[in-house]
Design a protein around this ligand. Structure first.
Ligand code: HEM
Length: 489
């Protein structure tokens, strides 16, 4: 056999192997749940379809019938769950469905280099050490910077309106707001992107995020193992960003010992580092994750809230405007029925983190009564599926109806707690691993939306195509809004 024939045969075998691994789930995965065809996950790359449409067309029926499906994602076959009973089991049985984030799943990838080993993805004692360090700072915080930033944010929009800008692209502006909020509330320094249009750290962040969340490398992370020059540069840029970020915290809190007198989450992390509970890399990883989770997730929810208030402007924007107009104490916003029902419904309709696959089975186990899952299988959850399932939410599951939460604040709060406890809204996870930033994120929403409702009126730009993101975080895609000043204050 000639050399070309041998090479051809080897190539054929490699391609067949890859095709077999991608096209067909491993034979040991449970047979009694459906398989979503492997190509489904690639459709948004080829066609203009968003993830809510993708879910409705290709996943919903199987998911609602069986509560779990097999799905190809991140170079492997996973089990994706949306039935509340299964979620409740996964959230409770931490030891069997152990957290296994990117640092374990794809340690060689750019995304793992970015966020490292942190409180969201760690497991066991390491996780407890991280969580103990940051809980207090994220639960008890000063909301004054949020109010100040909300005013700066409104001024930025007004400037654009006064300069004749017809519509505003909300993504970049809301990222500035979210970065300034989390850096001032939890990390003890000011990112200052609202004050300074040009901001080197912000520009570097935008640049590396584009590289990290490149759909191709996210789908095939093993490509990060190859010596591709542009990807090597991405790794260097990530290291530079992390170094600069930690230096900002260091200059602001460590070098002048300010961490000793402050209660920022970052101050507690520094104390844990000084006591030897965590090492320098763990300190850096957790500073990075506070910035990442602490700005991206509220930014998504904020954009979705603005979108829904624009879409239902005559009803919801006006009702909320009336409700907030005489409230002067930001803390009192937490007691307003309409504002809170609106926010809970927004989270239900469009959970900012839609699909999360970061748990790995530590042994052969049973999900529910009869889905047998082998060891070392990644299991994730689909928040959109859970909160749009008629079994959980009745025939109006797909409709935006804030009134479903109740009409007085006690009932609304009770229903929110119940929805989380019953795992029919899992947007903030639940149980021991529940999101530590829920209170902070909702405070940001209330304060900023109230400020905006008082100062501005907005509508959807008629040119904007009403679509959500194709994959990953869920929010309106490239949202464009038109603003005018609220003169009848
Ligand atoms: C709308 C905003 C937010 C949403 C929807 C959200 C959602 C979530 C979700 C789904 C998880 C669990 C992730 C998983 O299963 O692996 C989580 C965990 C976490 N979130 Fe958030 N989050 C938000 C805002 C924030 C903010 C502002 C912070 C502040 C830093 C934050 C900090 C955390 C932390 C520390 C955890 C890990 C908790 C643990 O495992 O012990 N989140 N969040």
């Amino acid at each position: 056999m000639g050399i070309f024939k041998i090479l051809g045969l080897i190539l054929f075998l490699i391609i067949s192997y890859i095709a077999f691994v991608v096209v067909v789930p491993p034979l040991n995965l449970p047979k009694n749940i459906p398989t979503i065809p492997f190509y489904v996950i690639f459709l948004p790359v080829i066609f203009p379809i968003d993830q809510t449409e993708l879910y409705d067309l290709y996943i919903r029926e199987s998911m609602e019938k069986y509560g779990a499906v097999k799905i190809f994602f991140g170079s492997r076959w996973n089990i994706l769950v949306s039935r509340s009973e299964y979620l409740s089991q996964i959230f409770k049985d931490e030891d069997t469905f152990a957290k296994s984030g990117n640092q374990k799943k794809i340690p060689y990838s750019a995304i793992a280099a970015y966020t490292g080993d942190n409180v969201i993805s760690a497991h066991g004692k390491v996780w407890r050490d991280y969580r103990n360090a940051i809980t207090k700072g994220l639960q008890h915080f000063d909301d004054a910077p949020i109010s100040k930033n909300a005013k700066l944010f409104c001024n930025k929009i007004k400037e654009r309106v006064q300069n004749g800008q017809v519509s505003v692209h909300m993504g970049p502006l809301s990222q500035r707001l979210a970065l300034d909020n989390i850096s001032q509330v939890a990390l003890g320094f000011d990112f200052a992107t609202l004050k300074h249009e040009k901001n080197a750290l912000h520009e570097l962040l935008i640049h590396i995020k584009k590289q990290i969340f490149h759909p191709f490398f996210l789908t095939f992370p093993f490509l990060d193992l190859l010596p591709i020059p542009s990807r090597r540069k991405t790794f260097r840029d990530i290291a530079r960003f992390r170094g600069l970020l930690v230096k900002r915290v260091q200059d602001q809190l460590i070098n002048n010992y300010k961490f000793e007198q402050t209660t920022f989450a970052a101050s507690d992390l520094i104390r844990a580092h000084n006591k030897g509970t965590i090492d320098y890399k763990q300190l850096s990883d957790n500073i990075v994750i506070i910035l990442v989770a602490g700005h991206e997730n509220p930014q998504l929810l904020f954009n979705t809230s603005l979108y829904l208030l624009a879409k239902y402007s005559s009803e919801w924007q006006e009702r909320l405007r009336q409700e907030v107009k005489n409230v002067t104490d930001p803390k009192a916003l937490a007691d307003l029925p309409l504002l809170n029902a609106f926010l809970f419904e927004t989270v239900r309709m469009y959970p900012p983190l839609n699909t999360i696959i970061n748990r790995c089975t530590t042994k052969v186990c049973k999900l529910g009564m009869d889905i047998v899952i082998p060891k070392n299988v990644y299991v994730g959850y689909n928040n959109f599926g859970t909160s749009h399932d008629a079994k959980n939410w009745g025939p109006t599951a797909n409709d935006f109806e804030p009134d479903r939460w109740g009409s007085d604040i006690e009932t609304i709060r009770k229903n929110w707690r119940l929805a989380k406890n019953r795992c029919v809204v899992t947007a903030f996870h639940g149980g021991r691993r529940a999101c530590l930033g829920e209170k902070l994120a909702l405070t940001e929403m209330r304060i900023t939306l109230a400020e905006m409702l008082n100062q501005l009126k907005w509508s959807l730009d008629p040119e904007w195509e009403e679509k959500f993101t194709p994959a990953g975080p869920l929010c309106p895609l490239n949202l464009m809004l038109r603003f005018k000043e609220n003169v009848a204050k």
